[in-house]
Design a binder for this molecule. Structure first.
Ligand SMILES: NC(=O)c1ccc[n+]([C@@H]2O[C@H](COP(=O)([O-])OP(=O)(O)OC[C@H]3O[C@@H](n4cnc5c(N)ncnc54)[C@H](O)[C@@H]3O)[C@@H](O)[C@H]2O)c1
Length: 383
């Protein structure tokens, strides 16, 4: 183990230690801390452990069981263990921090980590309020480090390829996006986790004041994909939604299980997004799952996270697959985070992407809650 660590030891921020002349950028050790190692944080931790020259220096979680499970995954690196996240800010031997805590904690934690000069991989959403988004943006502007948002759809090679072709005009000028995220009645998540931990997770997730509601916690992934496809940002939103089962409850009180929202973009495109968690499994005429259809002057592109097909408007050619046969269905978000640190480049899903995505979702949520159109300007945040 000693050799393993010595070979990779190189500090990338703070008091820099010189690299040996034979050392390449790929050998540069990145000392990494994790704040929040539940379902998602634990999964990111496994991904980070599998990366070359990444050392897990600290694990922080208020839940002893989550912390112990995480520590047992990285005995190789013998990380320090914390319950108080602010202690991580003072660690000189930490270059990068992953934040996998409940959504309402992201803004404060991400801003503080950036201000402490740490590179940040923050789970989505960046924040659940416009003020929170503004706070992280301000910290990022002042920081020497960067933030990558955990919107890993941006790192699916298939999505990148399909959206590149849309931007290059395969469908001509594009006008409208129809996007869905439909699923069957949801089961409790993390069902393999012990009951006590599952209860903790369910509590914050169901509390709209902590999660930001379904549109911000969950749909932010898909809404960001729509922003990416539109290559623009929305100027206004209008929508409806509530918790329908078992009895309808007006929005804003408990997490919605269905909503739809319409966005108008700066470039005049518009997007209809619908999310429903009671799509019958046998209803195939309207596909469930996550998909996007982009309508343009030459035809439409139908894309999922692993497929993309172009349909000619006048049916003068057969539907055409836009992806190579061997397109990978794996995202490269974690690997790219460490590569960006080493190569001193900004992440593709940087703080601005995270900010626009969170604000778009927040604007949709406020439109649903208020029952009226809400404008981007009302959010009061400069991105
Ligand atoms: N990108 C994705 O695909 C994806 C998937 C699932 C969840 N998420 C996001 O990841 C985040 C976590 O979700 P999850 O499902 O892992 O939830 P979880 O409840 O399983 O994990 C959250 C962890 O944070 C810990 N925690 C809470 N407060 C803390 C504090 N003050 N300091 C340190 N630790 C604290 C909890 O004890 C828990 O272990 C959420 O923001 C969620 O939206 C992203």
């Amino acid at each position: 183990m000693g050799n393993y660590l010595d070979r990779r030891r190189l500090i990338l921020s703070g008091a820099a230690v010189a690299a040996s002349p034979s050392m390449t950028a790929q050998d540069q050790e990145i000392r990494t801390a994790f704040i929040g190692v539940g379902v998602r944080g634990g999964s990111l931790l496994k991904q980070a452990i599998g990366q070359q020259a990444v050392r897990i220096s600290a694990i922080c979680d208020i839940n002893g069981q989550a912390r112990d499970e995480a520590l047992s995954l990285c005995v190789r690196d013998n990380p320090k263990s914390f319950t108080e996240w602010r202690a991580v800010l003072d660690l000189k031997d930490v270059d990068a921090v992953f934040i996998g805590t409940p959504c309402d904690l992201h803004a404060e934690m991400a801003a503080a980590c950036l201000e402490a000069g740490k590179y940040v991989y923050c789970e989505k959403p960046l924040a659940i309020t416009a003020e929170g988004v503004g706070r992280v943006l301000q910290a990022a502007r002042r920081s020497r480090a960067f933030l990558q948002i955990g919107q890993q759809l941006r790192y699916f090679p298939s999505m990148r390829e399909a959206i590149r072709q849309i931007h290059e005009g395969i469908a001509g000028k594009t006008y409208i996006i129809k996007a869905h995220r439909h699923g069957g009645r949801s089961r409790p998540r993390g069902s393999d986790a012990p009951a006590a931990r599952q209860a903790v997770r369910t509590a914050w997730y169901a509390d709209v004041k902590r999660s930001g509601d379904l549109i911000v916690e969950n749909a932010v992934h898909n809404i960001d994909a729509c922003n990416w496809i539109a290559n623009s940002r929305p100027v206004s939103a209008y929508g409806h939604g509530k918790k329908y089962f078992p009895q309808p409850v007006p929005p804003g009180k408990v997490m919605m299980d269905g909503f739809s929202v319409e966005y108008i973009y700066e470039n005049d495109m518009h997007c209809d997004y619908s999310q429903i968690s009671f799509h019958p499994r046998h209803l195939k005429t309207l596909p469930s799952g996550m998909w996007y259809t982009v309508f343009g002057e030459k035809g439409s592109v139908y894309l999922t996270h692993s497929s993309a097909t172009f349909y000619d408007l006048f049916a003068e050619s057969e539907p055409r697959n836009l992806l190579p046969e061997n397109a990978s269905e794996r995202d490269t978000a974690t690997a790219d985070f460490f590569a960006c640190i080493r190569e001193k480049r900004q992440p593709f899903a940087d703080v601005r992407v995270g900010a626009v995505a969170a604000l778009t979702a927040i604007m949709g949520r406020e439109a649903i809650y208020k029952g009226r159109s809400v404008s981007w300007k009302e959010l009061g945040v400069e991105v």
